[in-house]
Design a protein around this ligand. Structure first.
Ligand SMILES: *Cc1c(COP(=O)(O)O)cnc(C)c1O
Length: 404
């Protein structure tokens, strides 16, 4: 909760939500089947309906709360695999040429990992290059899909990011969806971080086209400020959620005589059996403060990041790498003495400065590599972080950089 922490994408938890999470933990509302956690499951379904509304999905949509964005990506891609290859669940893959998974070169590592776990093999990943603003290039996507079709390879899914983690770039979802629709390919959108912008009328335009995705993941422990860990996997056609685990467990999930039961039981759609009932935290937060509270927080974080960008542009020695699209900003420290330094020297300077800042302990930020070079990175997650805190980060960086 310290306002000097602008390091990573996990949010400081709203205390009210954390309290409600403790209450639901104490009440033992573990959710696999409805009767194990009736109020937690009811809250989950209410929140899912709300989130589907923010995405722009209609009444056919549904989803599931699950333990983290990585597991949610894996589950969505498993559903996509089983829809594309209906026999894979029972018989395995064993096909040539191998099916492929398409993503951008900036996708989160959990997406590439899913290709390994799903038995597709990481060699069958097709990485689409990004443009100057690090957004997936639709022209490159279109030609990659044409090539896959010409080679007779099944495409399991195209994965777009909203936003990707390195600099917070939003892939052009409208253009990407037009291409996947043409090819009849599953579009999965990883909105683990950027999903929160959908709650804001001012910012939701950055995700235009997300309603055309077959599946979306959305981390509540990022921009929705819930305690970690709470993630939602949402499907445009709710029936798709049953593709992921094509398995009967009648003793747990009802007897087929009561199809309504499947709507209330959760276990058919998730890798987990017992789960925490933590959606109650988000349900309680929105019931008490309204979704407008979340919108105000998200807008404030993005505005603070833009103010920081302006301050940096006015400074003589800090250079932003990009214009911020949300609350993530990468930048470099380039003091006068290094203005004509080689990229290697500049890169090493950022890395050293980052290590000094972390050892110093007054501010917390992150560092990342873009095209092989180190840059400094802030993610403004805390609504208490002000422009002044971020200016202090720059001043302290200057002092540490010049200290021997
Ligand atoms: C954070 C993040 C993930 C991983 O989510 P976890 O909840 O940390 O497992 C995946 N994709 C993107 C774009 C993310 O920002």
């Amino acid at each position: 909760h310290a306002p000097q922490d602008s390091g990573h994408q996990v949010a400081p938890a709203e205390p009210w939500a954390a309290l409600m999470e403790s209450v639901v933990s104490a009440s033992g509302q573990g959710v696999a089947v409805y009767e194990m956690g009736p109020f937690a499951r009811a809250a989950e379904l209410a929140v899912i309906r709300k989130l589907c509304g923010f995405i722009g999905y209609d009444a056919r949509a549904s989803g599931i709360a699950t333990g983290g964005g990585s597991l949610a990506n894996l589950t969505a891609l498993l559903a996509a695999r089983n829809r594309a290859l209906p026999h894979a669940w029972q018989r395995g893959l064993g096909m040539a040429p191998s099916p492929v998974l398409v993503m951008s070169s900036d996708s989160h590592y959990s997406v590439a990992r899913a290709a390994g776990i799903l038995g597709l093999g990481t060699d069958s990943i097709i990485k689409i290059p990004v443009d100057g603003a690090r957004r997936m290039r639709p022209d490159a996507l279109a030609s990659a899909l044409d090539r896959a079709r010409a080679e007779g390879r099944t495409v399991i899914a195209v994965v777009a990011s909203a936003c990707a983690t390195p600099i917070g770039a939003f892939d052009p979802l409208l253009e990407i969806a037009a291409i996947t629709r043409l090819h009849g390919i599953w579009l999965h959108v990883d909105a683990a971080h950027g999903g929160g912008l959908l709650v804001s009328p001012d910012l939701r335009g950055r995700l235009a086209g997300i309603d055309q995705a077959d599946s979306v993941i959305w981390d509540a422990h990022k921009m929705l400020h819930m305690p970690a860990l709470l993630t939602f996997l949402l499907y445009r056609d709710g029936k798709d959620r049953f593709h992921a685990f094509a398995q009967d467990a009648p003793y747990v999930f009802g007897d087929g005589e009561t199809p309504d039961q499947a709507e209330w039981d959760a276990g058919l759609a998730t890798a987990e059996c017992t789960r925490k009932g933590h959606t109650v935290a988000l349900w309680a937060f929105w019931s008490t403060f309204g979704t407008a509270a979340t919108a105000a927080i998200v807008e404030h974080l993005v505005a603070t990041t833009h103010a920081f960008y302006d301050d940096m542009r006015a400074s003589p020695d800090f250079v932003p790498v990009h214009q911020p699209e949300c609350n993530i900003l990468c930048f470099r420290h380039i003091p006068e003495a290094l203005r004509s330094a080689s990229p290697e020297v500049l890169s090493r300077h950022q890395q050293t400065l980052y290590q000094k800042l972390i050892a110093d302990g007054r501010h917390f930020l992150s560092a990342t590599m873009l095209d092989g070079e180190w840059v400094l990175r802030v993610t403004v997650m805390n609504p208490l972080t002000t422009r002044a805190h971020l200016q202090a980060l720059l001043s302290r960086s200057r002092e540490l950089a010049s200290a021997k």
